[in-house]
Ligand binder design. Structure first.
Ligand SMILES: [Fe+2]
Ligand SMILES: [Fe+2]
Length: 245
């Protein structure tokens, strides 16, 4: 079987198990299949298409909170929790601790590519502008050293991307912009507390951050994603990732 046929067979098998037909968004499969290739879908035989709750996923509460997204959609979020705890241990402000807690939520539960930008957009309506700004720019700052705070280019990136990798021009542009910004250090502190935050043996409870989140994250009363903020639809997509429309 070709990759394309395998992808289609897997999609078919998955659909067969459910009473709803699931059609994956192009972004789930782009690269595994050529998005230009025509999709041959078997006849739906009168079955309905997936709308709303996907039974394969834990059901979200009616009025989901940020922590509900952590619990039910953001994979094991150890990396985020450890980063936030490290920031706290280092005496960082609440804004920085919150930024550390949220900095990689796009990777944890949404879209990996350009995760800093997506993450910032997700939280922007609910946090201080400085927090979302820092999340946006940590992505670019990660690639550039700052000796003044002891931040070096990550060893891990040499392994992951090879010694010849250089960031794309938009990353370099955004780094230069951020370098001159009054909130530069907030974004930089995400990188500083991020770097040493990978320890699989340390378990941190989400509840350690209840107060900081309570004071610094404006939880909408309708539930996150069910409000009318400019990023509510993104939270809904995380909640219902397989909705047909
Ligand atoms: Fe990141
Ligand atoms: Fe990170």
């Amino acid at each position: 079987m070709t990759t394309l046929q395998r992808a289609e067979a897997a999609e078919q098998a998955m659909s067969d198990e459910l009473d709803r037909i699931v059609v994956k968004s192009v972004i789930y499969t782009s690269g595994e299949r050529d998005p230009r290739a025509p999709v041959q879908r078997p006849p739906d035989q009168g079955r309905r298409y997936m709308m709303g709750d996907d039974p394969r996923l834990p059901r979200m509460p009616d009025k989901p909170t940020l922590f509900d997204f952590f619990k039910y959609r953001f994979g094991p979020a150890n990396h985020l929790l450890q980063s936030a705890r490290l920031a706290q241990k280092n005496g960082a402000s609440e804004k920085v601790v919150l930024a550390c807690l949220l900095h990689d939520i796009a990777i944890a539960g949404f879209i990996r590519s350009d995760h800093g930008y997506w993450g910032a957009q997700l939280v922007a309506p609910y946090v201080d502008e400085e927090v979302s700004w820092a999340i946006r720019y940590h992505q670019a700052l990660r690639f550039f050293a700052d000796e003044s705070v002891g931040y070096r280019y990550p060893e891990a990136y040499i392994k992951l991307f090879g010694p010849d990798y250089t960031p794309e021009p938009y990353i370099e542009r955004d780094y230069r912009y951020a370098r001159e910004h009054k909130w530069y250090m907030t974004a930089r502190l995400i990188c500083v507390n991020d770097l040493y935050a990978f320890d699989p043996t340390v378990q941190v409870a989400l509840e350690e951050f209840t107060d900081i989140v309570g004071r610094n994250f404006k939880q909408p009363k309708e539930g996150l994603g069910l409000d009318a903020s400019p990023s509510a639809h993104m939270w809904r997509t995380i909640m219902w990732p397989t909705k047909y429309l």
